[in-house]
Design a protein around this ligand. Structure first.
Ligand code: HSE
Length: 437
């Protein structure tokens, strides 16, 4: 009897040899034998496209087709899994549509693409009997998509929230611990490959909102309108705020929140003050962490590197390996995290209806009666004060005044702030940070 021939390799095509694409090629090269052993057959990098294909990336790409034409990778007859690592929502979308329509499974790290076009692409994958996988789109190397869609499948998910932008977490950590200026820390995050091509996406919370939309969609089986998610970034914060927070027993983190609110869902992204004993308070630097609360399991925590070449490539290659396994079994739809999910539309809770605590920092005139006028306005809007702090004078005649409130309704706080500004005792707009936990 002749021995059974070894299963053929699964052909991989990579679109984009930037930070993550190069990391993916490196993991496939370094751990290829190990992965082949685990899944029962090899993965083979067949082709890769990049605007600069010949640049030395410190990884051996000599046995694969290198091209500047991404369509040639998608259309290559030996490519069964297309790995989209170009980013953006235009060319990337066209290429993903082309691949799915041609019956090829797609692995992507592109959170913007999924947040904007996830429903359309999920339907296209289903219609063509292929998988669309995106573990690397949220939390870098943390297998949070797998946890939500497989590990916690027995649960009704109550809440998903966490630190999902490594760049912001790196900046806030450095500001709080070294007092380094915002611009210098941001430049360092870009140099380390954490930041998006346009770092505004990071610091204005847009990247975190993309991830919140993906998590909310999976947690609550609903399409999420990205444009309706309230989003605030970290660019208005100063080290005086991280310093006040520390003195009050809190840390400031950019937190993405998605939780059930009756029949609706409360999804938002904003800087958040967390008590220093909170699960997420010690998550520093580029690290991400996501808490998922299920009705059966309770609270669970997922932690790891949220950005960077190799951690993100770890998630990309995990997806590739799972699709390759499903392909070898002849059931590639089994590898799609959205394959069997029923989708019903849930409305987003408007921000005015959210209730939380508030940190309010005013720059106020340092004279008698100012504090009582401000607190009077807060009281008239049913906002109860928990703590008040004031630093010494930092400019001619004005001082920073910080008020920490008990839980209050966002709509009331906004109305009170408008009234306080009209009193003529403050300078500029108040800095507002919501307090959770
Ligand atoms: N710019 C992103 C971050 C990369 O800083 O988290 C990972 O999605």
């Amino acid at each position: 009897m002749s021995p059974t021939p070894p299963p053929p390799p699964t052909g991989i095509g990579i679109l984009g040899l930037g930070t993550i694409g190069t990391g993916t090629a490196r993991v496939l090269a370094d751990n290829g034998a190990l992965i082949a052993d685990r899944i029962g057959h090899p993965l083979r990098l067949v082709a890769a496209a990049d605007l600069d294909p010949d640049r030395d990336r410190g990884v051996d790409l000599s046995s694969c087709l290198l091209t500047t034409h991404p369509e040639r990778v998608v259309d290559h007859s030996d490519v069964a899994v297309v790995v989209e690592l170009i980013g953006g929502t235009t060319l990337a979308r066209d290429l993903v549509v082309r691949a799915l329509s041609a019956g090829k499974s797609v692995v992507t790290a592109n959170k913007a693409l999924l947040a904007h076009h996830g429903d359309e692409l999920t339907r296209l994958a289903a219609a063509n009997g292929v998988a669309l996988r995106f573990e690397a789109a949220v939390g870098g190397g943390i297998p949070i998509i797998k946890a939500l869609t497989k590990g916690l499948i027995a649960n009704r998910i109550e809440a998903v929230y966490g630190i999902v932008n490594g760049t912001c977490n790196y900046i806030l950590t450095e500001m709080a611990t070294t007092g380094a200026p915002f611009e210098r820390v941001l430049a360092e995050a870009s140099r380390l490959g954490y930041a998006e091509a346009d770092p505004t996406f990071d610091i204005e919370g847009i990247d975190a909102a993309h991830k919140a939309a993906i998590l909310a969609r999976l947690a609550f089986d609903t399409p999420v309108d990205l444009a309706a998610i309230p989003v605030e970034g970290i660019s208005k914060l100063a080290s005086i705020d991280t310093d006040f927070a520390r003195r009050l027993g809190y840390v400031v983190k950019l937190v993405a929140i998605a939780k059930r609110a009756g029949p609706r869902i409360d999804v938002r992204v904003h800087p958040t003050m967390l008590p220093e004993g909170h699960l997420l308070a010690k998550v520093d630097g580029v690290f991400n962490a996501v808490v998922v609360k299920g009705d059966a399991v309770g609270e669970t925590l997922y932690y790891g590197a949220g950005a960077g070449a190799m951690p993100t490539a770890s998630a990309v290659v995990a997806d590739i390996a799972e699709v390759a396994t499903a392909l070898a079994r002849g059931d590639v739809r089994a590898a799609d995290p959205c394959a069997h999910r029923v989708v019903e539309r849930r409305e987003l809770l408007p921000l005015e209806e959210v209730e939380t605590g508030y940190y309010l920092r005013f720059e106020v005139q340092d004279r008698p009666g100012v504090l009582s006028r401000i607190s009077g306005v807060l009281g008239s809007h049913q906002i109860s004060i928990a703590q008040v702090r004031q630093h010494g004078r930092d400019r001619e005649g004005t001082v920073p005044l910080v008020i920490l409130t008990h839980r209050a309704r966002e709509g009331s706080v906004r109305a009170a702030l408008v009234e306080i500004e009209s009193l003529g005792v403050t300078e500029g707009a108040a800095v507002v940070v919501r307090v959770e936990g």
